[in-house]
Ligand binder design. Structure first.
Ligand code: 3H9
Length: 699
């Protein structure tokens, strides 16, 4: 009947099956196929009931995102859904995998829904800067009530089958989707159940119609943390239409909102980020078909903040971990912290009440490196000094089983040197997690000179399995993220010498959308670490040194670039810091000048982009989009700005190169000279994105 949608008949039940790998997205062909299938089933006099289901790994995962921004092709999804909903014969959606976005909207237009027990159902459009555009904001509140609908639509996270059943989103949990759907359709026919058209069922809206605070409170709770994003508010408005307007009117307003968002810069950036994340998992230069090594057990060395967070990430994904320390005391402390963390999450309702015990049971605490012997992947998270890392890897070479992947969590050290301590450099690589490792999603996977392709594939795949976002990088000081960050840090410090205050610099950076500015970040990390390292290396940084000499080490001492009162983490500007800066500048014979916010923004962002250009030129990152992924998931770059390299393209590379050249001269700083790649692209009027098409042409 159609390439991607099949129609079969089992006696009086028609089975319409979407089969469009990988995720059965609603391309024009799939929309057309569903429409034809439903029409044919309605027209067939032998057919009494219809099941809509999917082949492959999942139910429909949404609209085909690659079609957005292109001229629309018929049939429109809303028209297909109206035909399903108007069917005089019962239509049952039978769900497995993930029914997301347009996929759930298809299911909501059916009269009944059943799902297998591990299915997930959601409307994640906000995560792409959109709102559901095919009736989701109108039908979901009618199915589950406005409170849960707001949570799902404004928050974007899916729910499981059990919660869906409890809230009336599905009718039954079934064993297999197609067979379960068919059995359910027969039950509907046997019981002569009336068709449930959500469009006509306002019963679950009544409470919120009578008391609008049910809706407004839910919206307030879900939009508390949406810094700078437009879509969650537009999505909340759309749910409001379900309460306030007749169905057809609500549907029309929803569509208007959707079309506006599809064309917005924010959504374009968020869709770019979606594909960038998936692209990053494809490793450049690895032979096609390279298989991952099997990872059944992981060993993590070091139960400190980093090691503990890494171990938690694996246990969260159900992977057993041997957690190794040098002494019982350290081990006990580390295990205690993990248990407390999980218990706190369970107390907040973030994980089930029995999860902490289950996850702790996956962690086997041991003293002594010889305990790595059963692990397929070993991740070292000990002190950041080369001597210690080398010692650890020398021993791992002795104890780890053949073929185990040996990873260092170093944030800047040379992995080639670490690998040279072993007789198996092909198994050695970096897995740089970000703190707190159980929360932050990024994992920079560092490919050393001799890392074997299958070791690299193993690290990338296992990162995805534990819900991290991997990006492959090469060996250099600080890899991609911290190397770029160092350029920002350098300029931030220089700005203080020129007259800006920490709070002014940080305000510009947070207004741009970053979660924190460089000085608040310094206070959080602790200023004493840098101070000690400067002392060791005989380097001075007068303002930062003066702060540390005054005992201001950051949050941990209640004072740093800011003051922190009553144990709070909120940074408060401190007149003492301003005085200290003035005194330091006076001592150095320097005068403060007024520094404008625009200059601050340029000097915070452009040097990072310049460094990004060097990183690309050196092949440390394979694609500009990999750099963007690193900043999105490791440093909280605002997703609606796509990432630093994407943002740079939107500013214009000529503008950036010109301003860098200007600041290089004006502030007498040769490090700000535009990098050769940036200069070339600027001169040719090109973007970083054009490098991706240059690369695919070359290949
Ligand atoms: C929407 O529905 C709007 C409607 O309300 C209104 C319409 C009018 N389109 O993630 P994976 C590709 S908005 C096109 O690695 P997993 C993906 O790029 C949409 N392509 O697999 C990748 O390609 P490649 C709302 C898509 O198993 C491949 O499929 N829906 C789409 O880890 C495998 O993906 C969403 O936002 C798509 N919709 O996770 C759901 N989805 O192999 C978005 C995936 O070439 N999707 N691809 O790199 C997901 O969240 C995950 O893909 C999913 C599977 C959980 C489904």
């Amino acid at each position: 009947m159609s390439e991607v949608v099949k129609l079969e008949r089992h006696d009086d039940i028609a089975i319409v099956t979407v089969d469009s790998p990988p995720v059965n997205a609603l391309s024009a062909a799939v929309r057309g196929g569903i429409q034809q299938g439903i029409r044919a089933a309605i027209a067939d006099p032998e057919v009494k009931g219809i099941v809509l289901t999917c082949a492959g790994r999942t139910f429909i995962a949404g609209a085909d995102i690659t079609e957005f921004g292109k001229p629309p092709k018929p049939p429109a999804l809303n028209d297909v859904l109206a035909e399903i909903e108007n069917s005089p014969k019962p239509v049952v959606a039978a769900i497995h995998g993930t029914a997301l976005g347009g996929g759930l909207e298809v299911a909501l237009a059916c009269h009944f829904r059943v799902a297998v027990k591990d299915a997930r159902l959601g409307l994640p459009e906000v995560k792409l800067g959109l709102l559901p555009g095919a009736g989701g904001t109108q039908r979901l509140p009618r199915a589950v009530g406005p409170e849960l609908a707001v949570k799902m639509i404004v928050g974007g996270d899916p729910i499981g089958a059990a919660e869906a059943l409890k809230n009336g989103l599905i009718e039954e949990i079934v064993e297999g989707p197609a067979a379960g759907g068919e059995a359910f359709a027969r039950k509907v026919l046997a019981e002569k159940r009336p068709l449930r058209r959500l469009r006509d069922d306002d019963s679950k809206l009544a409470a919120a119609k009578a008391d609008r605070s049910i809706f407004t409170n839910a919206v307030a709770a879900m939009t508390k943390k949406t810094r700078g994003l437009e879509a969650p508010f537009a999505a909340a408005d759309a749910v409001g239409y379900a309460i306030d307007l007749p169905f057809d009117e609500g549907l029309r307003k929803e569509r208007e909102g959707f079309l506006k968002l599809v064309a917005s810069d924010q959504s374009k950036a968020q869709r770019y980020a979606f594909f960038a994340e998936r692209e990053a998992a494809k490793i450049a230069g690895v032979p096609e078909g390279t298989k991952s090594r099997n990872v059944a057990r992981v060993a993590v060395i070091g139960a400190g903040t980093m090691g503990g967070g890494i171990a938690m990430s694996f246990a969260n994904a159900g992977i057993p971990v041997t957690l190794i320390e040098t002494g019982e005391e350290q081990l006990k402390r580390g295990m205690g912290v993990m248990q407390k963390n999980w218990e706190a999450t369970a107390a907040r309702g973030g994980i089930p009440a029995d999860a902490p015990a289950k996850r702790m049971a996956l962690i086997d605490g041991k003293v002594g490196l010889e305990n790595v012997k059963d692990a397929d992947l070993v991740i070292e998270a000990v002190f950041e000094t080369m001597a210690i890392k080398k010692e650890v890897f020398g021993k791992l070479d002795q104890y780890a089983k053949p073929g185990a992947v040996l990873a260092s969590n170093t944030s800047y050290l040379n992995i080639d040197q670490i690998a040279s301590e072993t007789t198996r450099p092909q198994d050695v690589l970096g897995m740089h997690f970000f703190s707190p490792a159980n929360v932050m999603k990024l994992c920079e996977v560092v490919r050393a000179a001799k890392t074997a392709p299958d070791a690299l594939v193993t690290a990338v795949n296992i990162s995805r399995k534990i819900a991290k976002v991997p990006a492959v990088v090469g060996v250099c000081d600080g890899f991609v993220g911290n190397r770029m960050l160092a350029q920002r840090g350098k300029q931030a410090e220089k700005l203080l010498f020129e007259g800006a205050l920490p709070q002014q610099v940080d305000a510009v950076v947070t207004k741009f959308g970053m979660p924190m500015g460089p000085f608040a970040m310094g206070d959080l990390a602790g200023l004493d670490i840098g101070w000690r390292s400067r002392k060791d290396r005989g380097i001075k940084s007068e303002i930062a040194d003066a702060l540390c000499e005054a005992g201001r080490f950051g949050q941990k001492t209640g004072k740093g670039y800011y003051k922190y009162e009553g144990g709070s983490r909120a940074p408060l500007p401190d007149p003492e810091v301003e005085k200290l800066i003035d005194e330091t500048l006076a001592r150095l014979g320097r005068k403060r000048r007024a520094v404008g916010d625009e200059e601050i923004l340029e000097r915070m962002m452009y040097p990072m982009i310049n460094e990004g250009a060097k990183i690309l030129d050196e092949g440390i990152a394979a694609r500009p989009s990999d750099i963007d992924v690193i900043w999105l998931y490791g440093y909280g770059w605002p997703i609606y700005r796509g990432g630093p390299m994407y943002w740079a393209d939107s500013v214009g590379l000529k503008q950036i190169a010109d301003r860098l050249a200007y600041y290089a001269k004006e502030t007498n700083d040769p490090s700000l000279e535009p990098a050769p790649l940036l200069k070339r692209l600027a001169a040719e009027g090109k973007t970083f994105a054009s490098l991706a098409s240059e690369a695919s042409k070359a290949a």
